[in-house]
Ligand binder design. Structure first.
Ligand code: ADP
Ligand code: MG
Length: 631
């Protein structure tokens, strides 16, 4: 250990406690990763390489920083001392930075990380990389860790800890810029001093890093990796496992990627893109502000993470990078926002991502079904956000349908259209809070009777998707829970007109009795089993959409009263017609309305009164039955 010398500057350490959450993470890392010890090297080399990339980035504005240095990471095993040093000449850390980075976990993700823990060590081990707690993996193999670090513009600092809850910090004499992490290896982990083991691990985990990783053994220095940016290597040189290895480095995902696309574009604008479709979702997938997973490089220099300008939010599940030769090295987020080159790259990346998905859907339908389960609800946002790609995205949508009983959404719009009845004009759909609610909805009764298929939409976002999609293949979409002309005509029955005459008086009384709750009462052709159903007006907003907006606390200027449709063949409705007594009529009318509201998944204004009315009806019904049934 060459750099570690006791001096007066190092004489008075400050002793600090790790933040409580840090302690928890530390303990967890050490215990759950015990069977995956070797990953400590990947984590520390990755940090060292990141530090070099950061320096390279800062040196764009301040070329003096880099000077004549060539950036590298060196591994120095010292068998006599039992230590392994991982040293870089990257950005380094100031005292404040080291306290912040290694003593606390400032990231908001940490809380989520702790909440996500399953207690199953194999699963938890996978989470660790994803949440960026990589440095602590040093303590899996070391009972003491020393970090010596220096930023170009700040004094050097030394940090020591045994990972037991406290660390010491003091000044250091380190003269050169960068960071050295010295691991005092546990007796049982001395294998990590062997050059052959280090060589193997660097090849396995870090081969794709563009910074050279050099092994110093006292003899000739040996560069262990290719030291060439992964994506600049020709596709023909790269095997699937190379792509998977790079994916894991890039994303910290321990699972393989599902598919990827690696493209080099030359001509008008020049860039290389490498896009991956992950198998599983990050914990924050449904936060729309989440900026997506595309890194931007300019001429092989890392510029920024999560460059939101490179892919729209509905493709935020994609991971990967773009390396452009046409952007200035000092490009800022602001500059990216109105840049024509960026616009062009973005639209190419959108097309490429959709190509990948189409290819998966066509050639590996089971895998596409898995993708859909994980990311379908995000991709759907594209129907709303990206009119230019609406048709392509529409073909990628998958639906549940009244014609199948499977839980997995598998019906495409194309398949639906191909199955449409000869005289069917629209693509019918129903939105509901759950698949069970959808399948049992009274709205389906008339369509079932006529053998017409209805798509069942159960994601919240589906209300908006359906509203923006309008049509597919020239066929309009129609909500079966509305009074749209086409829905009414589809389920028209020949005896409806006669029923309208017979029930005219009853409908008028219903309309008056339920003033303020319904726009009107009408005879329904859509019901075979249920007595009544609530229907949105032809141009009104769907009832479910109204409910979602209300739950979200938005006031809704477009709210309109629904229409109450009654089934003239149902005994309850016939009974209503024969009820002259106003009080009884009103009871029954309210029960019909409340039942229809419940069947919609809606809430009752006064559930207690509903229960009282229903009980009254039951008791009345019971006492009208022969006594023998009661006994
Ligand atoms: P992550 O790399 O995901 O941010 P780590 O736990 O691996 O999480 O590292 C925490 C932070 O410590 C890093 O983000 C970085 O700021 C700092 N750090 C770690 N190693 C080094 C290093 N060799 N040089 C400079 N900074 C480092
Ligand atoms: Mg790290």
């Amino acid at each position: 250990m060459t750099t570690e010398t006791q001096t007066t500057a190092e004489a008075q350490p400050q002793i600090k406690e790790f933040q409580a959450e840090t302690k928890q993470v530390l303990r967890l890392v050490i215990h759950s990763l015990y069977s995956h010890k070797e990953i400590f090297l990947r984590e520390l080399v990755s940090n060292a390489s990141d530090a070099c990339e950061k320096l390279r980035f800062e040196a764009i504005a301040k070329p003096d920083l880099l000077g004549a240095d060539s950036l590298s990471v060196t591994l120095s095993p010292d068998s006599a001392a039992g230590t392994l040093s991982i040293k870089d000449n990257g950005i380094g850390m100031s005292e404040a930075e080291i306290i912040d980075n290694l003593g606390t976990i400032a990231r908001s993700g940490t809380k989520k990380f702790l909440e996500t823990l399953s207690g199953d060590s194999a699963k938890d081990a996978q989470l660790i990389g994803q949440f960026g707690v990589g440095f602590y993996s040093a303590f899996i193999v070391a009972d003491k860790v020393t970090v010596l670090t220096k930023r170009a513009d700040a004094p050097a600092v030394r940090w020591d800890s045994d990972g037991e809850g406290r660390y010491e910090i003091r000044g250091s004499e380190k003269a050169d810029r960068g960071t050295e992490v010295i691991l005092h290896l546990r007796d049982e982990d001395k294998e990590f001093l062997e050059p052959a083991r280090l060589r193997q691990l660097v090849r396995k985990y870090s081969d794709h890093l563009s910074i050279p990783i050099v092994l110093k053994t006292g003899e000739k220095d040996e560069t262990l990796n290719q030291a060439k940016a992964f994506w600049t290597r020709p596709k023909s040189d790269l095997k699937d496992e190379d792509y998977q290895g790079f994916y894991k480095h890039l994303t910290h995902d321990s699972e393989d990627a599902r598919v990827w696309a690696h493209n080099k574009v030359e001509g008008n604008i020049e860039y290389t893109s490498l896009l991956y479709l992950p198998k599983r979702a990050p914990f924050d997938l449904f936060e729309r502000e989440q900026k997506g997973g595309i890194q931007l490089y300019v001429k092989r220099v890392f510029i920024m993470d999560k460059a939101a300008e490179l892919l729209p939010p509905y493709l935020r599940f994609m991971r990967g990078l773009v390396d452009s030769s046409d952007l200035p090295l000092n490009v800022s987020r602001e500059l990216l926002q109105n840049n024509r080159t960026v616009e062009k790259i973005k639209s190419a990346l959108v097309k490429r991502s959709l190509d990948l998905l189409e290819d998966l859907a066509t050639n590996k339908p089971e895998e596409y079904a898995e993708f859909w389960k994980t990311f379908g609800a995000v991709l759907k946002e594209g129907i709303i956000d990206d009119p230019g790609q609406r048709t392509r995205i529409a073909k990628l949508l998958r639906f549940n349908s009244s014609a199948d009983s499977a839980d997995a959404p598998a019906v495409t719009l194309e398949a639906y259209v191909a199955r449409m009845k000869a005289d069917q004009k629209s693509i019918y759909y129903l939105t509901a809070d759950s698949l069970t609610a959808a399948r049992n909805s009274p709205h389906l009764e008339g369509f079932r009777a006529k053998g017409m298929e209805v798509l069942l939409l159960t994601d919240r976002i589906d209300e908006w998707v359906a509203a923006h999609l309008h049509e597919f293949d020239g066929k309009p979409l129609a909500n079966v829970a509305s009074a749209a002309a086409d829905v009414a005509s589809a389920i028209e029955t020949p005896d409806k007109a006669a029923a309208e005459t017979a029930f005219k008086d009853t409908l008028d009384r219903l309309g008056k009795g339920l003033t303020g709750k319904i726009a009107s009462a009408q005879v329904s052709a859509r019901l075979t089993d249920s007595p009544a159903v609530l229907v949105a007006g032809e141009f009104g907003m769907s009832l479910r959409m109204g409910r979602i907006l209300k739950q979200a606390g938005q006031n809704n200027p477009f709210a309109t009263l629904p229409i109450l449709e009654v089934n003239p063949k149902h005994p309850l409705v016939e009974r209503l017609k024969d009820t002259a007594d106003e009080a009884s009529f009103s009871d029954l009318a309210h029960v019909l309305y409340d039942q229809a509201m419940l069947a919609e998944g809606g809430e009752l204004d006064d559930p207690a009164i509903f229960v009282r009315r229903v009980n009254r009806l039951i008791v009345e019904g019971l006492s009208a039955q022969p006594k023998i049934i009661l006994s």
